[in-house]
Design a protein. Sequence first.
Length: 78
Amino acid sequence: MSEHLEQLRAGVDALPEPPAVMGPYLEKVHRRAADVTDADVEELLEAGVSDDEIFEQTVAAAIREGLRRFEAAAGVIG
């Protein structure tokens, strides 16, 4: 299983850094993903961020958070 987790991590780590304008949005994805709205995405589109970049960075943020939570749980159950 750890091989697959490492593949996920490598995939998201290979992405280029997101544009600075995505910072608050990605923090929202990280902390409160259920609160992300169409308006959040529209704001990024209006700022010139492409659909593909929004998608890729959103998925990467979600994967990073999922891995963080998984590792925290694994550390607790040992």
